[in-house]
Design a protein around this ligand. Sequence first.
Ligand code: FNR
Length: 193
Amino acid sequence: MSRVVLISGSLRRGSVNSAALRAVRRIVESAPGAPEVISLPIGRLPFYDGDVERSGAATAVQAARALVADADALVISTPSYNGAVPGVLKNALDWLSRPDGASPLAGRVVAVLSASPSGRGAIDAQPALMDLLDACEAVVVEHPPVAIRRADRRLDAAGEMSDPEVLAALRGLVDATFEAVAILAGQRRSALA
Ligand code: FNR
């Protein structure tokens, strides 16, 4: 595992999903081999437009595609907006699902979590996100759902996710992600042999 890309479904500065991903970053960076961790700022992507795509796509889109194409795995954390993912996340996944037949998401390992101040931890957004990732032919990490409930109460004074229960769940998800990457790499090696 050499590179992990993080995507937060929330643009808010005080986002609990972004805080969860900062905790994921610390966990990944402390793993053996210290994989590189890069956050993908999806708020800079334009709205998907087929005309923009045909004319060569925006620089931000090209950079996002290149980042994902070079990643061993993605970790996405989403809030629930009315039971689904925020439009900004759907837009990013739509761009990353292109070009048809050469999407950087196809065959990419993706781990999913959600966080919310509510008692459900935005778990209701996870099926929609899984369906989107399936449609993009991503390899979704198999793991019991990680949905951080009452996430605003799990932050420390510095706004970081420091709750031991949350950190343990995130560690489990990161371990499962590393394992999925290793299994996929083994399968690809066997297919080439
Ligand atoms: C929400 N929120 C929300 N929460 C929830 O538990 N179920 C829901 O269906 C919704 N729907 C919803 C729609 C819209 C348009 C907004 C703006 C918000 C609340 C949402 O989960 C909350 O704002 C989270 O804090 C967002 O996560 P971040 O920004 O802290 O990462």
